[in-house]
Design a protein around this ligand. Structure first.
Ligand code: IPE
Ligand code: IPE
Ligand code: MG
Length: 244
């Protein structure tokens, strides 16, 4: 599809906190679970919008380490919808050169969900045009703690020297190893917090918050977020690029 605007600075990696499914459903008198079902339809659409804008890496926060606090039936529905999503979209993803990355501790997920995830990873592992990073049972604190533990093990085994630990080594132990840092984070539904999402990778990201609930996050609201990003001045601690 044609671009509505031109980006005035690159976006290599965009990340979405897909929030507001429950409120979207409630406002329509529907059960929360139907909000999650509709939400899954937006994932591939938003991914395609990103492609139109030349964005190569897209992360989606699908389930957090904190979301286990929810009722079991809601959690079960969520995983079921995600499975359906992968089954429905996998051919499309393979064909379009998308590598699927799953960030998070998958071992706690239902066996069927794990299988579907690993199959998607396997089927797309040689693709290198785009990356779809689905964050599932993901927690930023868990990711960092896990990296620290792995690094400590390597030091203990003599594979790594303490003085060789640097930011690159640390990044290589994150779920997102090999992916660029996030340029733009979008959170839907009006909440203005990161809820334990990609703390390391967001260190210099621009944050855009929109009141639109994720199931309503269609092309129009997506482009509005890009417009807001266009108005930002990214300095990275240096001097203002426009006024040098
Ligand atoms: C986001 O929508 C999906 C997940 C957290 C899994 P919510 O289910 O949090 O929707 P609200 O915030 O209750 O509206
Ligand atoms: C964040 O949304 C997690 C996901 C979108 C998967 P939540 O709805 O769980 O976040 P809080 O509870 O409002 O912080
Ligand atoms: Mg929420």
């Amino acid at each position: 599809m044609k671009r509505e605007i031109e980006l005035n600075k690159p976006i290599t990696h965009i990340a979405f906190i897909m929030d507001g499914n429950g409120r979207w459903a409630k406002s329509r008198g529907l059960p929360r679970t139907l909000g999650h079902k509709e939400a899954c339809n937006r994932i591939i659409e938003v991914f395609d919008h990103c492609k139109d804008y030349g964005i190569k890496v897209v992360s989606f926060y699908a389930f957090s380490t904190e979301n286990w606090k929810r009722p079991k039936s809601e959690i079960d529905h969520l995983f079921k919808y995600l499975e359906t999503f992968f089954k429905k979209e996998i051919d499309h993803l393979v064909r379009d050169g998308v590598r699927v990355v799953l960030s998070g501790d998958l071992s706690r997920l239902p066996e069927k969900t794990q299988k579907t995830c690993y199959k998607a990873i396997e089927m797309t592992k040689n693709n290198d045009t785009y990356v779809m990073n689905i964050c599932l049972n993901y927690g930023g604190k868990e990711e960092i703690t896990r990296a620290a533990r792995q690094i400590a093990e390597e030091v203990k085994e003599g594979k790594l020297q303490v003085e060789d630990i640097n930011e690159q080594v640390f990044e290589d132990h994150l779920y997102t190893r090999g992916l660029p840092n996030v340029d733009l984070l979008v959170r839907t539904s009006g909440e203005e917090r990161t809820s334990n999402f990609l703390p390391w990778q967001l260190a210099y990201a621009e944050f855009v918050f929109t009141k639109v609930h994720w199931p309503d996050f269609k092309r129009g609201p997506f482009v509005d977020c890009l417009k807001e990003y266009n108005n930002r001045n990214r300095r990275f601690g240096g001097l203002d690029h426009d006024k040098k």
